[in-house]
Design a protein around this ligand. Structure first.
Ligand code: DLZ
Length: 158
């Protein structure tokens, strides 16, 4: 192919990353945070360039992300939360509004915002995705964010 191929790399330097962490189901969100920070650190991002901001639940994530983005000080944000289906429609309301809110922040402020929101039927499924059987979603989101920071930079200089 003769096209100009534009794609991100994982080689990102001197960036500042904000992580929004929901305290609801904190024993799982803390594992997601560990996975996120570990991956960022192993790709050369110093911990001093990472801020973790805690909020009460996933529903509050978009507001905190929006305030962080508004500062203009972050190259990217990562949002971490766990919503577990219960016996009421609460799950749908929280998962839908949090997802939409996170996406809105990304598009409004034009910075990559990582979607590290686990939405599971059971607590076991959430644990599996936070560093056990199914890997660590936090680490996966960190990789995506590194690639998107790199890609965004390239698109900004087209
Ligand atoms: C209220 C609530 C419920 C029932 N479930 C969850 C959940 O599974 N995951 C989560 O992150 N937060 C939950 N919350 C809390 C809401 O996100 C929010 O913090 C409260 O409704 C207060 O606004």
């Amino acid at each position: 192919m003769q096209v100009n191929k534009i794609e991100g790399t994982f080689n990102v330097k001197d960036v500042r990353i904000g992580i929004v962490v929901s305290r609801w189901n904190s024993f799982i969100t803390e594992r997601l945070l560990e996975g996120t920070v570990d991956t960022l650190r192993r790709h050369g991002i110093e911990e001093s360039r990472i801020d973790a901001v805690y909020c009460p639940g996933s529903f509050e994530i978009p507001l905190v992300a929006s305030k962080l983005a508004e500062t203009g000080k972050f190259d990217a944000l990562i949002c971490l939360g766990v919503v577990i289906r219960g016996g009421t429609p609460h799950f749908e309301y929280i998962a839908t509004s949090t997802t939409r809110g996170i996406s809105d922040v990304m598009l409004k402020y034009q910075i990559p915002v990582g979607f590290g929101l686990l939405t599971t039927d059971t607590i076991e499924q959430a644990i599996e995705r936070a560093g056990t059987k199914a890997g660590n979603k936090g680490g996966e989101v960190a990789m995506t964010i590194l690639e998107m920071i790199s890609l965004s930079g390239q698109l900004d200089s087209l």
